[in-house]
Design a protein around this ligand. Sequence first.
Ligand code: PRP
Ligand code: URA
Length: 209
Amino acid sequence: MMPTVLQEELAVSHLLSVLRDKRTSAAEFVARTETLATLLIARALDLAPSEEAVVDTPLEPAHIRRIIERDVVGVPILRAGMGMERAFLRLIPSAPVHHIGVRRDEATFEPNYYYDSLPEDLSGKTAIILDPMLATGGSAIFTAKRLSALNPDRIVFCGIIGAPEGVRRLTSEFPDMAVFLGALDERLDENAYIRPGLGDAGDRHYGTT
Ligand code: PRP
Ligand code: URA
């Protein structure tokens, strides 16, 4: 499936301009990431399980469609994925969040798994992976494989910036997965960093550069 890339939307492009800027402080980086993640996740929630309902307004019943929040799970990839968690929970506060810890080895670029709080079974659920950066795709693919084994109805990936290499790998391993990105950048460099990118998302979020 082709990724949905929102960079043509001016608000998205504007937020990306702040995130990419090396002068942006960690506090500002966190705040703008959350806003951009809200736009991305809102779009991804078009794929969430939903139902028709009738709610009583103060004036009369209104027929509406609503998300079945408990049937959506957020899966932030630690650490940088934490930057998208509050956006997810502001949109659907009753949805469970299960973290996974995957750290990329900066010599081999292979994903190293160190933690997760995933349940034994995700059947009936739509799992939304949250990670700002899709570089080689290793961390996202590892996470998607781990989730697949738990039998969810659907897996969706939501990220701020992707590299063509990572998008290709992820969508060829998981052809049915919907991928939502703020931007699709030019390339990976020799250190597997996305160019032009925004640098190391986890370090910029936590001020650990
Ligand atoms: C970053 C990012 C992704 C991963 C992307 O995390 O948040 O998880 O790299 O790279 P990949 O597509 O090549 O796997 P990192 O491993 O640096 O950990 P951190 O979030 O703790 O800084
Ligand atoms: N991880 C990041 O945080 N940034 C990149 O450009 C690549 C991997």
